[in-house]
Design a protein. Structure first.
Length: 252
């Protein structure tokens, strides 16, 4: 069996990734299989890559819906049995069970990275103040969905297409909102996105207004990129924050 091995530099990052993959993999075989892991490496079964197709994209959507439907104990809950750090890419983020999605998303996902971006001069004070105000309103949102088992870092590069079908890799898995993964696929241009969405709705029909909320769920990945990749993402973060601020679904 061929394996793919990587050696993350961040403390416990390899084990965190393995915990996330195994948790997601309980709900779908379309998740990279962990072969071995220790403090310094993670090896997964190698994937023989093929070009994406509409059929494979639709299968990815169905698989993602099944993973989400497996659920999580709470918003912000880490993968089952994992008590170590949570990472998105190389950046550490909090992962503590929280009563409401709005509180979790604002305080553990958007605000910490916006503050990091400000500390690194990747956004200005006005943008940070805008995000603080938006997050105060996010915390008042009444979200009726149950906590989903989400990938948490589902940009297009973390959805591979192999000769045995789509495969999800490199998660930042936690209990979250199901629309978050779909919004991140939209942000970074997944191939055949409409087919992914259609496949998803075959299993879990999306609620009214979900497309309007896509920018809301893009605040976190843009804040992450603003913190780590520089002012160009900071400008994009500001534009999305302004768009979210003007919506009708936020309280206040």
């Amino acid at each position: 069996m061929e394996v793919f091995t990587k050696r993350p530099a961040q403390p416990q990052a390899a084990r965190a990734e393995a915990a996330g993959l195994r948790w997601l993999g309980e709900a779908s075989p379309q998740v990279a299989e962990v072969v071995s892991v220790d403090d310094h490496h993670i090896s997964t079964r190698a994937i023989n890559l093929v070009p994406p197709t509409p059929t494979a994209a639709r299968a990815a959507g169905r698989a993602l819906a099944r993973i989400h439907r497996a659920g999580a104990p709470a918003f912000g809950s880490p993968p089952a049995g994992w008590e170590g750090p949570n990472y998105i890419g190389t950046q550490q983020q909090s992962c503590f069970a929280t009563k409401t999605w709005g509180e979790f998303y604002a305080t553990q996902r958007v605000l910490p990275f916006a503050q990091r971006a400000k500390n690194r001069n990747h956004i200005d004070g006005d943008t940070l103040e805008l995000i603080i105000n938006v997050c105060a309103r996010i915390q008042k949102l009444e979200v009726t969905v149950a906590p989903a088992r989400i990938h948490g870092d589902l940009w297009a590069g973390n959805l591979l297409f192999g000769d045995s079908g789509p495969v999800f890799i490199d998660p930042a898995a936690h209990g979250g909102h199901p629309e978050t993964d779909l919004a991140m696929l939209d942000l970074f241009g997944a191939p055949y996105l409409s087919e992914i969405q259609a496949g998803y709705e075959e299993i879990s029909p999306l609620p009214s207004g979900w497309r309007e909320r896509i920018p809301l769920h893009q605040l976190h990945p843009l804040a992450v990129h603003a913190a780590s990749h520089g002012p160009s993402y900071g400008r994009q973060l500001r534009l999305i924050a302004l768009e979210v601020s003007a919506t009708t679904y936020l309280a206040g």
